[in-house]
Structures are given as structure tokens and as C-alpha cells.
Design a protein around this ligand. Structure first.
Ligand code: NAD
Ligand code: DAU
Length: 353
């Protein structure tokens, strides 16, 4: 397999978030990558500069606080730093928040992506990789898998805003000849994930003896991928993905929410010595998410056969590493919980109870 691209100066948007920060950390430890990483992030509630603490000592790393909707600021950074590649993670990413307040999602995910594409239109030597989600495809029944040609059918304001951003990327590639690649990935989990999402929320509540809020009956199915496998897939696509192509990324690990929670309880019980039966008694069924997609499942054979990527983690190893990381990093947890997280929980439970 030959290398098509050799990025030297990579602009990462949203590099202080969960997946973006994993990508920044990954990139700076790749022996074959000797270039620079510019992390452009607005630092919203979901961001945490601690997530890139290990990278910030590197002379090849630069942080810029800016909004992706500010095209002038992004253009200036790209020009000054001779950026040749943008990997675009920045977004509002939480479905429940998009139900409470869709406006922020339209602004960050649609307008933000549009403005970045305008920057690339004015600097067309830049390759643009767009990080998107499997939620654009909508909901599956009991069988079947999302492929790259599954029609879009988003259910939430979040997934609709991501779908719109995907359409803009493809339209700019076709109309203006921009160099783009796009990836649609399933649910990620791992260290540094903001505890509004299922797995970190449940780990924290398990350890603190709090209720474990399962939406509806817990029968909704998600496909889970360890975050480091996602960032490796993205880098593979950036280096060797065909221009204009879309690649699905997934864990090939489908779990109903309640079954996943039972699995997580086993892992937490083993790691902490807490009693499994007592932990299970913390499970609480709460009002379902409006428009809750029943099932996601990914066919990622194109990425596997064309570019040779494969997952390195399974759910056992991934959950164990994740639980250990949260237990080993109480300072990160308490700092996250001291601010935005608490506000979100108040808002969330205010709506449900
Ligand atoms: P996150 O919420 O943890 O982080 C988002 C980051 O984007 C934050 O650092 C935030 O400050 C930044 N940001 C938001 N708006 C911005 C703006 N206007 N300008 C600059 N920065 C801004 O998100 P995540 O879970 O790491 O997801 C990253 C990307 O991956 C998103 O595009 C999301 O749609 C996609 N994705 C996520 C998952 C998942 O399971 N989390 C799965 C598939 C795809
Ligand atoms: O599929 C990819 C998507 O995965 C990403 O695009 C999103 O950014 C990411 O947030 C994630 O979306 P989900 O809505 O699937 O993730 P979340 O962790 O919010 O919920 C996972 C499942 O667990 C979902 O069926 C809702 C359910 N859930 C979630 C929470 C937070 C609960 O039952 N209880 C909860 O408290």
C-alpha cells in the first residue's frame, strides 16, 4: 500500500475534546510523523486542556483558542502555520443536549463546518478530513448494517446537524474540487470521555453509589469502539484514503444498553472489590430519550479491505482499560465534576424526573 499523503502541519479542530485529544496524543507519538500539530479549540464545556497535557510539552505542538465559525481566525492560523491538512473533530456532540437546545448544534456543526470549508476553498492545497458519526444513517431494525451507501435518515438535532455537515463536505468536494475524506464512526469509549456519555457516567455513578439511569427498557443497541482504534482509523484514512471517499468505522461489537451495563458492572466490581449484586441494585429505569434510535451497527469492511485497518481492542480489554483509567485519575474526575458536568446533571435530571 503506497502513501498518498504526507502531512507536515496538521490542524486538529476540537483537539481538547474526547476523541480529538486522543488523536493529538496519538499523532505526536507516531514515529513516521515528524510534523507539527496545531490544536484549534474553542474550549466549550466539553473541552479539557488536561486531555492534551502530555502533548503540550512537545515543541511540535501548538494550541490556539478559537471558534471554527471564525473563518478569519482559522485562515490566519492555516496561513501562518503552513497547514496542509485539517482533521475536523470540533462539534457539539451530545444527543440529549441537542434535544434540550438544538441551536448550538446548528451553529457549531453546520455553520462551523461550512466556515472551515470556506477556509479550505480559499487555501485549496489543504486536505480536509471530516469526522462524522453513524447516527446520520438513522435507526436499524433487528438486522442489517450501515454501509457507506445507506441513505441518510437522522433522528435527533445532533445527527441532523452532522448529516448537514457531511452533505456540505461532499458538495464542496464536487463543486469546488476540494480534497476531502470523510469517516462515519460508531459509539466511542475510553479515557478522558466527558461523563455525560453512557460509559463514563455509569462508571462514576457506580463508584459513588448513585443511580444508573437507563433510558426506556435498556434494549437500544449501540456498536462500541475503543477511542484509540478510532483515531488510528482516522489517521489511516488521512494518509491513504481515496480523495472524495467515505469510510465507515466501527467496533463490530453490538451491545444492548442494559447488557453493556451488566458487563460494565462486572468490570467495575473486579477492579474495585465492590459487590456485584449491590451495584446492580443501582440500576434505575428512567423516561426514554425522545426519538431514541433503536439500533446502530456498522459494516466497516471497506476500511478493512481497502486500507488494512482493524480494531486492536475488544469490549473486555477496552472496558477494563477505561475503568482503570477513571479509577487512576481522580483529579481529572473531580475537576470535570466541579463545573459543567454538575450543571449538566442538574439540567438532565430536571428534565427527566
Ligand atoms: P467532545 O464533545 O468530547 O469534544 C468536542 C470538542 O469540540 C471540544 O473540545 C469543544 O471545545 C470543541 N468545540 C465545540 N464547538 C467548537 C467550536 N465552535 N469551535 C472550536 N471548537 C469547538 O466530542 P467527541 O466525542 O470527542 O467527538 C468529536 C467528533 O467525533 C465530533 O465531530 C462527533 O460528532 C464525532 N463522533 C463522536 C463519537 C462519539 O462516540 N463520541 C462517535 C462518532 C463520531
Ligand atoms: O453513534 C455515535 C454517537 O455515539 C456519536 O456521534 C455521539 O457523539 C455520541 O454521543 C454517541 O451517541 P449516543 O446517543 O449513542 O451516546 P450516549 O452515550 O449518549 O448514549 C448511548 C446509549 O445509552 C443510548 O442508547 C442512550 C443510552 N443512555 C445514555 C445515557 C447518557 C442511557 O440509557 N442512559 C444515560 O444516562
Amino acid at each position: 500500500m503506497t502513501s498518498l499523503r504526507q502531512p507536515q502541519n496538521v490542524l486538529v479542530t476540537g483537539g481538547c475534546g474526547f476523541i480529538g485529544s486522543a488523536f493529538v496524543r496519538f499523532l505526536l507519538t507516531q514515529p513516521a510523523f515528524t510534523g507539527r500539530v496545531v490544536n484549534l479549540d474553542l474550549l466549550t464545556y466539553a473541552a479539557n486542556p488536561d486531555n492534551v497535557g502530555s502533548a503540550s510539552a512537545s515543541p511540535r505542538y501548538l494550541f490556539v483558542q478559537a471558534d471554527i465559525t471564525d473563518a478569519a481566525a482559522v485562515t490566519q492560523v492555516c496561513s501562518q502555520r503552513a497547514v496542509d491538512t485539517i482533521v475536523h473533530f470540533a462539534a457539539e456532540s451530545h444527543v440529549d443536549r441537542s434535544i434540550v437546545g438544538p441551536g448550538a448544534f446548528v451553529q457549531a456543526n453546520i455553520v462551523g463546518t461550512y466556515q472551515l470549508l470556506e477556509v479550505v476553498r480559499s487555501l485549496p492545497s489543504i486536505h480536509f478530513h471530516h469526522v462524522s458519526t453513524d447516527e446520520v444513517y438513522g435507526s436499524l431494525g433487528a438486522t442489517g448494517l450501515f454501509s457507506e451507501t445507506t441513505p441518510y435518515d437522522p433522528s435527533s438535532p445532533y445527527s441532523a446537524s452532522k448529516a448537514a455537515s457531511d452533505h456540505l463536505v461532499r458538495a464542496y468536494a464536487r463543486t469546488y474540487g476540494l480534497s476531502t475524506t470523510l469517516s462515519n464512526c460508531s459509539n466511542n469509549y475510553g479515557p478522558y470521555q466527558f461523563p455525560e456519555k453512557l460509559i463514563p457516567l455509569m462508571i462514576m455513578n457506580l463508584c459513588e453509589g448513585k443511580p444508573l439511569p437507563v433510558y426506556g427498557t435498556g434494549a437500544n443497541v449501540r456498536d462500541w469502539l475503543y477511542v484509540d482504534d478510532h483515531v488510528e482509523a482516522i489517521w489511516t484514512i488521512v494518509l491513504r484514503g481515496r480523495r472524495g471517499e467515505t469510510y465507515n468505522i466501527g467496533g463490530e461489537a453490538e451491545w444492548a444498553n442494559l447488557a453493556l451495563l451488566h458487563k460494565l458492572i462486572e468490570v467495575v466490581a473486579r477492579a474495585t472489590g465492590l459487590d456485584t449484586a449491590a451495584l446492580k441494585r443501582q440500576i434505575t429505569f428512567v423516561t426514554d430519550r425522545p426519538g431514541h434510535d433503536a439500533r446502530y451497527a456498522i459494516n466497516c469492511s471497506k476500511l478493512k479491505s481497502e486500507l488494512g485497518w482493524t480494531q486492536r481492542h475488544n469490549i473486555e480489554s477496552g472496558l477494563l482499560e477505561t475503568v482503570r483509567w477513571y479509577l487512576d485519575n481522580p483529579e481529572w474526575v473531580s475537576r470535570v465534576k466541579s463545573g459543567a458536568y454538575r450543571n449538566w446533571l442538574d439540567l438532565n435530571y430536571g428534565r427527566r424526573d
